[in-house]
Ligand binder design. Structure first.
Ligand code: FAD
Length: 318
C-alpha cells in the first residue's frame, strides 16, 4: 500500500520512523533490534536512509596521506527487501538520492526496487560530499531532486532511458520529498525554497517529510506558509531526540536549524550523555504531544540506529 493512502485513510496521527543501514561489517540483526520493539506502535511504513560514498584520508606510517572513497553504510535496497520480507504488514520506503548516481545507475536501482515489489520512495538530492563545497552531480546524473522525480515519473509511464525499448513495463512508484521548516541551508530565502518545493509537488510528490526541528512553531508556520503558497499535500513533521551533548553544536551547523534556548539551557546542565538522552526524550515527548493534538498526519522519528529513546517517546504518546 502507498504511504499517501495510509495517510489519507488514517483517522489519527500515525507513528513512523526511519532507520540507517548498519555500518559495513555489521550484522543486519542490528536493524531488527531497532524495528522489533517499535512494532508495538503499529508503524504502517519504515523509511530506510541512503548513504552515499564518503571521502576519507588514511595516514600511512611514511607520513603520506592516501585519499580513499568508502561506502560506510551500503545496502539500502537489500535492507528494504529484507524488512518487507520479515515484517509482512509494513511498507518500506527506501530513500533514493541523486548524489553518486548516473541516470542509468538510478534507472537500474529503480528496476531492482520495482522487481522487489517496492512501490514507495522518498526522493532526495543528497548532501554535497564533505570534500566538496557544493553539491556536484555525477556525470550524466541529476543536480536536483526534481530531475530524479521526472525520471521516476517517466518510468511510471514506461519511458526508459533507452528510447528504442518497446512494450516496456510501466512502473508505479509513489513518493514523498523533503521540506525544510527553517529553510534549506543553500536557499537564499524561504520563498525561493518553497517555490522549488512546490515544483516537486507539481511533478508528483504526494507528501512532504520535514527536516528535524525543535520548536513546533517552526513547523506550524511552515505548514501555514505552504498552504498560502498552494502546497496542499500532507506535511509530516520529522523529530530527532537529542541524544549526545555534541548535538548542541553539530545539529545547528550541519542542518542549519536552531535549538531553542530552553532546550539548550537544559542540555548544558547535563553531567553526562545519559542525562542528555533523557532531556532529549522529554523534549520530543512534549513536541509529539502538541503535534498529535494539532492533527499532524504522522510524526516521523529519526532513530539514528538506536530505538530505546524512540520507544520511550512512542510509549508516552501513541
Ligand atoms: P532539492 O529539492 O534538490 O533542493 C536542494 C536545494 O536546491 C534547496 O536549497 C532548493 O531550494 C534548491 N533547489 C531545488 N530545486 C532547484 C532547481 N530546480 N534549481 C535550483 N535550485 C533548486 N540525504 C541523504 O543523503 N540520504 C538520505 O537518506 C536522506 N534522507 C533525508 C530525509 C529527510 C526527511 C530530509 C529532510 C533530508 C534527508 N536527506 C538525506 C538530506 C537531503 O538529501 C539534503 O537536505 C539535501 O541537501 C537536499 O535534498 P533535497 O531533496 O531537499 O534537494
Amino acid at each position: 500500500m502507498k504511504v499517501i493512502d495510509h495517510i489519507n485513510n488514517s483517522k489519527k496521527t500515525m507513528f513512523s520512523f526511519e532507520i540507517l543501514p548498519p555500518l559495513k561489517g555489521k550484522d543486519i540483526n542490528l536493524i531488527y533490534e531497532v524495528i522489533d520493539p517499535l512494532m508495538e506502535f503499529n508503524p504502517k511504513y519504515v523509511n530506510i536512509t541512503y548513504h552515499r560514498e564518503e571521502v576519507v584520508y588514511k595516514r600511512h606510517k611514511t607520513g603520506l596521506l592516501e585519499k580513499k572513497t568508502v561506502h560506510k553504510r551500503p545496502g539500502t535496497v537489500a535492507i528494504a527487501a529484507a524488512i518487507k520480507y520479515k515484517y509482512n504488514d509494513v511498507n518500506v520506503v527506501p530513500h533514493i538520492i541523486c548524489g553518486g548516481f548516473s541516470k542509468e545507475e538510478t534507472e537500474n536501482a529503480l528496476i531492482d526496487l520495482h522487481f522487489l515489489g517496492i512501490r514507495n520512495l522518498l526522493v532526495l538530492r543528497g548532501d554535497p560530499l564533505s570534500a566538496d563545497k557544493e553539491f556536484m552531480p555525477e556525470q550524466n546524473g541529476h543536480s536536483h531532486a526534481i530531475e530524479l522525480i521526472n525520471q521516476i515519473q517517466n518510468l511510471n509511464k514506461g519511458v526508459y532511458l533507452d528510447e528504442e525499448l518497446e512494450n516496456t513495463t510501466k512502473m508505479d512508484f509513489s513518493f514523498g520529498v523533503a521540506g525544510y521548516p527553517e529553510k534549506h541551508f543553500e536557499s537564499p530565502n524561504i520563498e525561493t525554497d518553497l517555490k522549488y518545493l512546490k515544483d516537486k509537488i507539481k511533478a508528483g510528490a504526494g507528501y512532504i517529510v520535514t527536516q528535524m526541528f525543535f520548536d513546533n512553531k517552526k513547523y506550524f508556520d511552515f505548514v501555514d506558509l505552504c498552504r498560502e503558497n498552494d502546497i496542499n499535500v500532507p506535511i509530516i513533521p520529522g523529530l530527532k531526540p537529542i541524544s549526545i551533548q555534541k548535538h548542541l553544536t553539530i545539529l545547528p551547523s550541519t542542518f542549519s536549524i536552531d535549538i531553542p534556548k530552553a532546550l539548550s539551557n537544559e542540555l548544558v546542565k547535563c553531567k553526562n550523555n545519559d542525562a542528555v538522552r533523557q532531556v532529549g526524550v522529554e523534549w520530543a515527548i512534549e513536541q509529539s504531544k502538541e503535534l498529535i493534538a494539532k492533527n499532524a498526519p504522522a510524526v516521523h522519528y529519526y532513530t539514528m540506529g538506536k530505538a530505546d529513546n524512540i520507544y520511550k517517546i512512542a510509549k508516552a504518546v501513541f
